[in-house]
Design a protein. Structure first.
Ligand SMILES: Nc1ncnc2c1ncn2[C@@H]1O[C@H](COP(=O)(O)OP(=O)(O)OP(=O)(O)O)[C@@H](O)[C@H]1O
Ligand SMILES: [Mg+2]
Length: 431
């Protein structure tokens, strides 16, 4: 392709050629006869012009070549730029380009996904808008350090908030770029490690559960023997003495022994959740019985509503264990609700069922929610609860291949939902 410059030169060459051709012919033809001198004069005039034309032609070729080379170079640059853009756009890690004041200048698609925001809601905004308030100081400190040339290779663990308020755990690397002829900028390369963290947490938790289970089992067995002896000895003394005051005290000893025995029984349930005896059970009846049993914990200002449907819902579950799960959930709901309503709902979902217990009680703070199902975690005063209720319930439900979820809002109430497959997944049903 000819450039604009080359076309102009060729036009000038063509024009001059025609003009001087006409000149030469005119000079030569002015003589009626052949005149050597005139022809020589014509040639003398034409020769430098012809030289000029040849020079122009050469220059034009060089120009064409140079322009072509220039065009090739700039198209190669554009290509490589496009390639790098594509590379950054398709990078699996979020890439953010920030100015030294933390304003986002550019972001790739993975960055948008990570924050759950559109490009327009990121570019032009301060990067700090996406950092939760409790992590702001540390995020500012990191950027300042990087701009001052510290922490060159350090991997920084950070937390972002997505548009929906979810926290995303990330690992962040950064590079400060200081071009000679422009302002410095910082590139943040951010990897979402939320799932990885969750997997690690679950692994740690399951290891902790296993070791706590072993400990609980050991303690329960060790305590059971002296407890049994205490109750036997107390009964034997009670048979021998007639003193009313001693009898009264022996009764108190026996009552305390029973409390201790019930705690060890809880510990054993927690330690051995796996063994279940599934049988065909009408869950509608089971829920109704659990509600009746938990009534004992209801405060006068609390109303109970059950939505169990008109048809029986039949599942293959261990009725004793699921009954206990429901009583635990209902007991917690009653304990958290001084006034208001508890609603129990049973839903048949084809291959599975969902039983939810909702209360309009205190609600659960997020930091408590994170620990709800931990064994021995309780917010009750010492001696009022073991903190095993939800831990045991979750173990029981898990042994059926099910799950318990919770949603809660402080001051409004909580909903615990038990999901159970109609046929237990992890256990074969006895014939
Ligand atoms: N419906 C609820 N509303 C508010 N908080 C709840 C609710 N259910 C559970 N919790 C919180 O979860 C904690 C753990 O519950 P969990 O049933 O495991 O143990 P606990 O009730 O404290 O003790 P225990 O069950 O042995 O009596 C409770 O102490 C309470 O803070
Ligand atoms: Mg409880």
């Amino acid at each position: 392709m000819l450039s604009g410059g080359a076309i102009a030169i060729w036009a000038v060459i063509g024009g001059l050629g025609i003009l001087f051709g006409v000149f030469a012919v005119a000079i030569a033809l002015q003589a009626a006869t052949f005149d050597v001198m005139r022809w020589l004069l014509a040639l003398a005039i034409e020769a430098p012009l012809a030289g000029g034309i040849i020079a122009l032609i050469r220059y034009s070729r060089v120009l064409t070549r140079t322009t072509a080379a220039g065009e090739a170079a700039s198209s190669a640059l554009a290509n490589s730029e496009a390639k790098y853009r594509e590379l950054i756009a398709s990078a699996p890690d979020g890439i953010f380009v920030l100015d030294p004041q933390a304003k986002v200048l550019d972001v790739n698609e993975a960055g948008e996904t990570l924050l759950g925001r559109e490009r327009g809601d990121i570019v032009g905004h301060s990067f700090m808008e996406f950092v939760p308030t409790d992590r702001l100081a540390s995020a500012h400190g990191y950027l300042d350090d990087r701009l001052r040339g510290f922490r060159a290779t350090e991997l920084y663990e950070a937390t972002f908030s997505t548009a929906k308020g979810k926290r995303v755990h990330v690992q962040l690397r950064s590079q400060v770029v200081r071009p000679a002829d422009a302002d410095s900028y910082v590139v943040y390369i951010v990897r979402d490690v939320t799932d990885q963290r969750e997997a690690q947490r679950q692994l740690l938790e399951s290891e902790r559960w296993a070791s706590m289970g072993r400990l609980a089992s050991f303690v329960a067995h060790e305590i059971n023997t002296p407890l049994t002896n205490i109750s036997l000895l107390t009964a034997s003394i009670a048979r021998r003495v007639s003193d009313a005051e001693v009898q009264e005290r022996l009764k108190k000893i026996a009552a305390q022994g029973r409390i201790a025995a019930s705690i060890t029984a809880e510990l054993l349930k927690f330690a051995r959740p796996g063994a279940i005896n599934p049988v065909e059970t009408n869950l509608t009846d089971l829920v109704r019985e659990a509600v009746e049993q938990a009534e004992a914990f209801r405060k006068p200002g609390v109303e109970v509503r059950t939505e169990l449907g008109s048809e029986p819902v039949v599942c293959t579950v261990d009725p004793l264990r699921i009954h206990e799960v429901l009583v635990n959930l209902l007991k917690n709901a009653f304990e958290a609700t001084a006034n208001g309503r508890i609603r129990v709902r049973l839903e048949d979902r084809g291959p599975s069922v969902a039983v939810s217990v909702s209360d309009t009680g205190t609600g659960i703070r997020p930091e408590v929610q994170q620990r709800l199902f931990e064994a021995f975690y309780t917010t009750k005063k010492k001696g009022e609860g073991t903190g095993l209720g939800l831990a045991i319930s979750r173990n029981f439900v898990a042994s059926h291949g099910g799950d318990i979820t919770v949603t809660s809002e402080v001051g409004k109430g909580s909903t615990f939902t038990v999901f159970l497959p109609k046929q237990p997944v992890s256990v074969t049903t006895p014939a």
